[in-house]
Design a protein around this ligand. Structure first.
Ligand code: PHE
Length: 450
């Protein structure tokens, strides 16, 4: 009991939403989603993506919140508690902690680039440069030994600074300031992008589906992207769920978080594609879209200095609040299961993530031979986490909730003890027990067949 009392919680409903949206909305929405959509046929990808969010993403988000709030524990402890002693299940939790750690290692690399880009914007570096020069500059920066590592360290430091303060005074307090700022910046940039001549072509690319583009690869990429973007399948939302007050409605919370996340991804597409098309840049440009193309475009706009700066600040904020939830998975595990102090847990996880992130960063050097499964360490970590660990984690999580956890436990959390969501209960339970496991398994297998 004494241990339970000490557990920190979110102080308000707004706080939970801000923190959970903060976790979900990240580089995944603003940088990875437009890349994915660009590479997988635009509108067709968007439709598949939205379908998966509604049919699978939302029920899975609810599942994780249910598991977290019921158990009041970190991901490993949660599976231990709810499996009532049955062996094996806690492995899902361990896989989540590992996955969180691995995501952090390449996430901090990209987050480092965003800080570097803020710096470049401030010193007006982009002014007067053409695309080749900007790209060259970006590649040169990535190829430097210490500079990317310095920015990574700065990013890890600002994340650790918030994490060490705890849930209400750390994650919640900062998310409540950062997320509204992010929203304002997004809206300003969308309006600006839509006012560009030729914006319509970009909108057409994003919204007009070409169904011939949909194949197994698009499906698994979209599924992986949904998991990544909604922070599913690795325990982040189990952890946040464990800090949600018993009075809050888990279904409406999930709806708000899931829909905001999707909305932000679409807004990011609305910022990037019209701008790209308006300047004749191909949508398949990949990572280059956010880091090179946009500065070039801003460069040629009136007020470009300002727009470029706020765009990269937007990326830093998005990455920062997501990293908080990644850290919290590891820190909650270390403090609750291994009984470390919060301070020590923060230091160990930061230093550990920094060390592996060095490999991720170095693997992008032109002459690097750091590869796994034929990919650079950086790409390999991205693919292993989103396409394997998170999807497997998600699959086992719904199987666990549908088949192992007592139905009464699910119902109590889902309906707050019989008060809310009574009608939805059956539909969600059906999805969690049957539809979601089958659908995830089919998509995972289909990538090898189609
Ligand atoms: N959802 C985050 C994003 O879109 C990434 C993330 C994944 C964060 C998993 C936490 C857990 O960038």
């Amino acid at each position: 009991m004494a241990e339970k009392k000490k557990r920190d919680h979110f102080g308000s409903k707004i706080g939970i939403i801000a923190a959970a949206v903060g976790s979900a909305v990240g580089l995944g929405n603003i940088y990875r989603f437009p890349c994915m959509a660009g590479e997988n046929g635009g509108g067709a990808f968007l439709i598949v993506y939205i379908g998966i969010v509604l049919a699978l993403g939302l029920p899975m988000m609810v599942s994780e919140f249910v598991i977290g709030r019921r158990s009041q524990r970190n991901p490993v402890g949660a599976f231990k508690t709810l499996a009532s002693g049955a062996k094996g299940w806690p492995l899902i939790g361990y896989m989540g902690v590992l996955c969180g750690f691995l995501i952090l290692t390449f996430y901090t690399t990209v987050a480092g680039w965003t800080i570097e880009s803020v710096y470049k914007s401030i010193i007006n570096y982009y002014q007067g440069k053409n695309l080749a020069e900007i790209e060259q500059g970006f590649n040169d920066s990535i190829n430097m030994t210490f500079r990317p590592l310095l920015w990574q360290a700065v990013f890890i430091f600002i994340s650790a600074f918030v994490i060490v303060k705890g849930i209400e005074k750390g994650i919640e307090k900062y998310s409540k300031i950062l997320m509204p700022t992010l929203t304002v910046i997004l809206i300003i940039l969308c309006v600006k992008s839509l006012m560009l001549p030729g914006a319509f072509e970009g909108m057409k690319f994003l919204f007009k589906p070409d169904f011939s583009k949909i194949d197994g690869h698009v499906l698994i990429s979209a599924l992986g992207q949904v998991f990544f973007s909604m922070s599913l399948g690795m325990g982040a939302l189990i952890t946040y769920g464990s800090y949600i007050s018993k009075k809050d409605n888990l279904v409406t919370t999930s709806l708000m978080v899931g829909l905001s996340d999707t909305f932000v991804a679409i807004l990011a597409g609305i910022i990037i594609f019209p701008a790209a098309f308006s300047f004749g840049i191909r949508p398949e440009a990949g990572p280059s879209l956010a880091f090179n193309t946009l500065p070039l475009i801003f460069n040629q706009m009136k007020g470009g200095y300002f727009f470029c700066l706020i765009f990269f600040i937007l990326l830093v904020i998005a990455a920062w609040t997501s990293a908080l939830s990644l850290f919290e998975v590891i820190v909650s595990y270390l403090t609750e299961e291994l009984k470390l102090s919060r301070r020590k847990a923060t230091i160990y996880s930061s230093v550990g993530a920094f060390i592996i992130s060095i490999l991720a960063a170095m693997s992008l050097h032109n002459d690097s031979s750091l590869t796994i499964f034929g990919f650079t360490v950086f790409d390999g970590l991205d693919k292993i986490t989103s396409m394997v660990l998170m999807t497997l984690g998600g699959l086992f999580t719904v199987i666990f909730l549908g088949w192992k956890v007592k139905k009464q436990d699910f119902e109590d959390e889902f309906t707050n003890g019989g008060i809310v969501n009574m009608r939805l209960k059956k539909i969600f339970y059906f999805i969690i027990k049957y539809l979601a496991p089958v659908a995830i398994a089919v998509i995972m297998v289909s990538q090898f067949i189609i």
